[in-house]
Design a protein around this ligand. Structure first.
Ligand code: ADP
Length: 608
């Protein structure tokens, strides 16, 4: 990833760098062109100024050579009067033409008249035979030469002309023109203008320190040629410390100037008529600075572009990264959701399985319950059959014995005893009838309707029935019932039967004991009224507490209890919508609690 970004960036940077370098070169070339054009203009101006200056004097020597007095002097050089006149004439003309000097020479090179005849550096009497301009003029040509004056030690441009009289060259007239005024205009500024001779020696320059210095190596040949014409008189020649090079496709010159070295673009123009070359040196410093500025600017622009590109690339990379992260997060979320959904589905199916299992279990439970009930019923039936056969067999056996005995007694005529036996048989049949009656009650639903029964009423009837039994047991019955208690939902006869059963049991329990009190009390708790029957007997042992409500469960001796009383009572109270339970009193004795619903008043007492 990193490599994929870095490689194109590096390639772009390299391309950018090459473009910058190329661009800077192009810029440098363009600035150089500008500089060259500027230098060319300067050069053209300098050349035309020089040309114009020289042209003014070009035709004058030939013109003046024809003057009569000059010709006369040539013929008679020793004539002092003629000399004086000619000198005055030349001086006048010289002043008029603003030339430097005008002088006349004979063919042997001696100066016979000069405009500066009266100055300390008079040319009169001087011989300039060695000057090329003299030799050219003697040869019949209009000559030109520039040199440092050997007498005046002043630079000048010389125009020489032969003095021809009647077709014969008799002498030479020379105009020396001052060049200082032109040169003076070249000083200052960055550009340097100079005029060099064919040997490369600087003859005119705006920089005086360069005067007579050579821009070409001073070879012996060059020195010899220069000395032959004595162009620079006794001036000391030297080489300018020049190095050549190139910049922006142009040849340049490096010239040491003091300690610093400056680089110049050189434009030159040869002036064939004048015999010299005009040079303009343009300092390339500003061009270099401009080119460098452009390079730096381009480089900075490149850097900025690179930076911008890098930022864009980085932003995109970050955006991509963020989008990737988001996509990952989304995927993760979706994965989790899918996982959770799968979990939920698993849990659901497990719950469904569990529900199905529970249903099955419930079904099995119901089945088991039904089976148990069936089994319980059968067990009860078995128990009951056993008890019944036991309870009925005894009186039946006794009745059989009595019957047989009665027959014998009648045969023997013992009627009284037989009668006695018959009444015993009758009593036994009564007992069996009573069992049968109980069983009938137990088995079938009574046709008594439920209604509101007041406790007073129930107790009153009960007392009548149990009075004899209480008396026999010598027990006392305490009744603590608030008459304000509401009526309860019950059947009057059956409630009385329940109370009789429980009180009779209590009387059985306390019989023969010291404390033979039986207490019947009642209280209300919400929509329930609880009747409690407490005795001070032995209580009900925990081991048999659950079983005393079972049919035929009794601890009483044979013939005494049927074990049906509590069982029947339990079912009756249940029919009333109440409950029957037993507990031990903390102070001893058993407490039977009959919990009944308060009658809602809609019931009317119904007779059995
Ligand atoms: P039965 O009186 O014919 O034995 P019940 O069903 O009335 O039959 O009573 C079952 C048994 O409950 C009694 O044999 C006796 O053991 C026990 N029981 C009943 N009431 C009392 C009581 N008040 N105190 C102690 N035991 C009692």
């Amino acid at each position: 990833m990193r490599y994929r970004i870095l490689l194109p960036l590096a390639i772009l940077a390299a391309i950018g760098l090459v473009l910058v370098l190329k661009g800077s070169e192009i810029a440098a070339r363009s600035y150089m062109n500008e500089a060259e054009a500027q230098a060319g203009t300067t050069l053209r101006l300098a050349v035309s100024a020089l040309d114009g200056h020289l042209k003014r004097y070009e035709a004058l020597p030939a013109l003046i050579a024809d003057q009569n007095n000059i010709e006369a002097l040539i013929f008679d050089p020793k004539n002092e009067g003629l000399r004086a006149r000619t000198n005055a004439y030349l001086k006048e003309i010289n002043a008029l033409l603003t030339s430097s000097d005008i002088y006349v020479m004979t063919l042997d090179g001696e100066t016979i008249a000069a405009s500066n005849y009266d100055s300390p550096v008079s040319f009169v009497g001087e011989n300039f035979i060695y000057r090329p301009y003299f030799q050219d003029a003697v040869g019949g040509r209009q000559s030109r030469f520039y040199a440092l004056g050997t007498t005046s030690l002043k630079r000048g441009y010389y125009f020489g002309s032969p003095i021809e009289i009647d077709g014969v060259i008799r002498g030479v007239i020379v105009f020396k023109v001052d060049i200082d005024s032109i040169e003076a205009s070249w000083g200052g500024g960055d550009d340097r203008i100079f005029v060099s001779d064919p040997e490369g020696i600087i003859f005119m320059t705006g920089s005086p320190e360069w005067l007579y210095a050579s821009i070409l190596p001073l070879t012996p040949d060059r020195i010899a040629r220069t000395e032959a014409s004595r162009r620079y008189a006794d001036a000391k020649l030297r080489e300018l410390p020049v190095k050549r090079g190139s910049f922006a496709g142009r040849d340049v010159m490096m010239i040491a100037d003091g300690r610093a070295e400056k680089e110049y673009l050189v434009v030159s123009q040869l002036m064939p008529e004048a015999g010299w070359t005009v040079n303009v040196l343009m300092d390339t410093g500003s061009v270099r600075v401009q080119a460098q500025t452009v390079t730096v600017a381009a480089f900075l622009t490149l850097c900025l572009a690179g930076l911008a590109l890098a930022i864009i690339v980085q932003r995109r990379a970050r955006l991509n990264e963020r989008m990737q992260l988001q996509a990952e997060a989304r995927n993760e979320l979706e994965r989790r959701v899918a996982e959770r959904t799968a979990d939920l589905a698993r849990v659901n199916s497990r719950i469904e399985e569990e529900i199905a299992e529970r249903r099955l279990t419930e079904q099995r439970l119901r089945q088991t319950q039904a089976d148990l009930i069936q089994a319980g019923k059968l067990a009860g039936l078995g128990q009951m059959s056993a008890a019944l056969s036991h309870e009925l067999n005894q009186p039946l056996a006794a009745a059989k014995t009595y019957t047989e005995t009665t027959g014998v007694l009648i045969d023997l005529g013992r009627i009284e005893e037989a009668r006695d036996n018959v009444s015993r048989i009758s009593a036994l049949i009564d007992r069996m009838a009573s069992i049968s009656k109980h069983l009938r009650n137990f088995a079938r639903k009574p046709n008594e309707k439920l209604g509101a029964v007041t406790l007073d009423e129930a107790m009153r009837d009960t007392l009548e029935i149990v009075a004899a039994r209480l008396k026999a047991a010598d027990a006392t019955l305490e009744i603590k019932i608030d008459p304000a208690l509401p009526a309860v939902k019950a059947g009057a006869v059956r409630l009385q039967q329940v109370l009789v059963n429980i009180i009779t049991n209590a009387a059985d329990a306390v019989e023969g004991l010291d404390d033979r009190r039986i207490t019947v009390s009642a209280g209300r708790d919400g929509d329930k009224v609880t009747i409690s029957v407490r005795d001070r007997g032995p209580g009900v042992a925990a081991a048999i507490r659950e079983r005393i409500f079972d049919p035929f469960f009794t601890t009483k001796g044979v013939g005494k209890g049927l074990g049906l009383g509590l069982s029947i009572s339990y079912n009756i109270v249940k029919d009333f919508g109440g409950s029957l339970s037993v507990a031990d009193h903390p102070e001893g004795g058993a407490v039977f609690l009959i919990e009944l619903q308060v009658a809602d008043g809609n019931f009317l007492e119904a007779a059995e």
